[in-house]
Design a protein around this ligand. Structure first.
Ligand SMILES: Cc1ncc(C[n+]2csc(CCOP(=O)(O)OP(=O)(O)O)c2C)c(N)n1
Ligand SMILES: CC(=O)[C@@H](O)[C@H](O)COP(=O)(O)O
Ligand SMILES: [Mg+2]
Length: 642
């Protein structure tokens, strides 16, 4: 397979409107070439491969039947949108995916009119499609004017409550709306839960084969698709607990299941629903994640997320690691603790591999719970596990915990329940960009009464924080750590229980103190080394806790130095804001302390490498060095104290 495939038919397609001039036979060729082009592009960029390969035919069919961008097409999560981007005028930039100044790996309103609604967190597509449908019917008509609304949502995303909230509302409103359920029996990991089993039953039981046969032949059910589809679905469900498909109960016409890789099924079904439908319709499409590329199809994760790879062998080019990843350190530390304490248990919301809990699940299957994409439920479930006497570790990415925030406040914090939040992907994450940045958790947790909020400065600190969290039974506690590998520090045999609300001095200096919260500590140390060459020797401290603050340490640093700088991998409103509040309340500013806080800027930073993103945020070692020089300039260093 050459790295740049021959794509004579795809080359004729610059925009979706070009598809309309093609015969169905030519559309088949477009789909085949689009698949090769997607594989080729991702082999150079890395990214989300399997999901896009699974919707190649669906993408061609939707764009050839519907009239995008007037018809609003909304991809749920949108990690499957690369073929869509290739067909919608972005093929010339597709090899810049997920890179600085390149195309986003997700749909993005600012990138193209063919991306009417951005996404990257799951299960928002039906709500968005319904909003467009209602805006259309109310006469809201920005350019291009509003046509149909189509949501494509995966079976994994259908585990989240939000999808049902939207369907409940859509069924009630009865608006013309299309939901395409892309069922590939995969989330990132194999999907879990009763809903997943339900979907499987819809097509694995006998009647599906019958329906499939009807669909394959003369597509005989099409003249009256809704009635026939509904009738068959009901037949299918005879003997099951419910009387019709769940979707019908919610007010949708149900069509399917149909083979999502067969354009001869997809095209007539979509043409028919477009011509005839008046209300909400759910089209249940069966696909294969990774379809058409053996290394993806054969992989356990179906090629969900890959680094750059060799197209012929599928072998991914992974960077050599110098230290264990924070995720692995967390998982290992938690397993060690669980070995000693049978109350330790763990909760993930559809991210077992990403959070390292796949390892925990292998060792302690009864104490590990994958709740599906259901962060809200995951948090409340953890709260009740804690109320029931267990020691739950609710392991979530910072960005996804946002979805469970009310539950964090209402179910955990107010009830002062000892849920342990292991917050992975804290700070800027790189190629996934702004939607996945873990920017806000310090701010949204440290303002909650009774919460303990920690950030690990390195992997040894992370191990201590896991031990601290196990021991802390008096209310909620959170610890955050970033994506990627640690700094390579020596690891303690066993995590040590830290004193709550106490930081540590890392190096003694004078004049300026830098108080770090989290893994910027390494950059701070590098900056301090560089400053030493100029004869400037800042004190460096690791706060460990944003809540409760180490008041003694902070006030002592303020007392002993002329200037204080705080730094954290989070947005304004977090650690630095709490320090500033303390300093103000204690009248320290009145006594002339120069204070600066280094936080993420008040913008959403687009995808790039984490280092480039932190450079944009002005938070790398050179920026810290510059900040020290700046603050020394304005501090008019008190020589007595210096
Ligand atoms: C709220 C939220 N939680 C978790 C994720 C991480 N995530 C991204 S894709 C994915 C699996 C989605 O599965 P599915 O919807 O079936 O799509 P597929 O990849 O199978 O096409 C998960 C868990 C997310 N994007 N959003
Ligand atoms: C689309 C999505 O939300 C996930 O696939 C995410 O990109 C995974 O991120 P990590 O690579 O950091 O696990
Ligand atoms: Mg899926």
């Amino acid at each position: 397979m050459s790295n740049r495939p021959e794509t004579p038919t795809l080359d004729r397609v610059h925009l979706p409107s070009d598809l309309k001039a093609l015969s169905d036979a030519e559309l088949h060729r477009v789909a085949d070439e689009l698949r090769q082009e997607t594989i080729s592009a991702v082999s150079e960029t890395g990214g989300h491969l399997g999901a896009g390969l699974g919707v190649v035919e669906l993408t061609v069919a939707i764009h050839s039947v519907f009239d995008t961008p007037r018809d609003r097409l909304i991809w749920d999560v949108s990690h499957q949108c690369y073929p869509h981007k290739i067909l919608t005028g972005r093929r010339d930039r597709i090899r810049t995916l997920r890179q600085k100044d390149g195309l986003s790996g997700f749909t993005k309103r600012s990138e193209s009119p063919y991306d009417p609604f951005g996404a990257a967190h799951s299960s928002t597509s039906i709500s968005a499609a319904l909003g467009f449908a209602v805006a259309r019917d109310l006469g809201g008509a920005p350019e291009p004017s509003l046509g149909d609304a189509i949501a494509v949502i995966g079976d994994g995303a259908m585990s989240a409550g939000m999808a049902y909230e939207a369907m409940n509302n859509a069924g009630h409103l009865g608006k013309r709306l299309f939901v395409i359920l892309n069922d590939n029996e995969m989330s990132i990991a194999p999907p879990v839960g009763a809903m997943s089993s339900y979907l499987t039953r819809l097509y694995t039981e006998g009647p599906f084969q019958e329906l499939k046969a009807v669909a394959k032949g003369a597509v005989g059910f099409l003249p009256e698709p809704f009635q026939e589809g509904a009738r068959r679905a009901k037949e299918m469900l005879k003997g099951m607990a419910v009387g019709g498909t769940l979707f019908e109960e919610l007010g949708f016409s149900y069509i399917g299941p149909i083979d999502g890789h067969d354009l001869d099924q997809l095209l007539p079904v979509l043409r028919t629903v477009k011509a005839r439908s008046t209300g909400p319709v759910l089209i249940h499409v069966i696909t294969k994640k990774g379809k058409g590329y053996a290394p993806a199809e054969d992989a356990a994760d179906k090629g969900h997320g890959v680094s750059t790879f060799d197209m012929v062998t599928g072998k991914q080019k992974k960077a050599v690691s110098n230290a264990p990843s924070y995720t692995k350190v967390f998982a290992q530390a938690l397993m060690d603790e669980a070995e000693r304490d049978s109350k330790v248990c763990a909760v993930t919301a559809a991210m077992p591999d990403g959070t390292g809990l796949n390892l925990f699940a292998e060792r302690f299957p009864r104490r590990c719970f994958d709740v599906g994409i259901a962060e809200q439920h995951g948090v409340t479930f953890s709260a009740a596990l804690a109320a029931g006497g267990m020691k739950p570790f609710c392991a979530m990415y910072s960005t996804f915990l946002q979805r469970g925030y009310d539950q964090v406040v209402h179910d955990v914090a107010i009830q002062r329940l000892p849920v342990r939040f292991a917050i992975d992907r804290a700070g800027l994450v790189g190629a996934d960009g702004a939607t996945h940045a873990g920017s806000f958790d310090i701010a949204f947790l440290a303002n909650l009464p009774g919460f303990v909020v920690m950030a690990a400065a390195d992997e040894a600190e992370l191990k201590h924080m896991v031990a601290t969290a196990v021991a802390h039974d008096d209310g909620p506690i959170a610890f955050r750590f970033p994506r990627g590998e640690g700094v390579g520090v020596e690891m303690p045999e066993r995590g040590e229980v830290l004193e709550i609300g106490k930081g540590r001095i890392v190096r003694e200096g004078k004049g300026v103190a830098i108080l770090s919260f989290g893994t910027r500590l390494k950059e701070v140390q590098d900056a301090a080394d560089a400053l030493a060459a100029r004869g400037i020797t800042p004190t460096v401290a690791d706060a460990r806790f944003a809540k409760p603050l180490d008041r003694d340490l902070i006030l002592k640093l303020a007392e002993d130095h002329s200037a204080l700088i705080t730094i954290e991998e989070g947005a304004v409103g977090g650690f630095g804001s709490h320090v500033a509040q303390l300093l103000a309340e204690e009248g320290v500013f009145d006594r002339g302390l120069a204070y600066r806080s280094m936080v993420l800027p008040d913008t959403f930073i687009d995808q790039a490498s984490p280092a480039a993103m932190y450079a944009e945020a002005k938070m790398n070692a050179s920026d810290i060095e510059a900040k020290v020089l700046e603050v020394m300039g304005v501090a008019q260093l008190d020589t007595k104290r210096a």
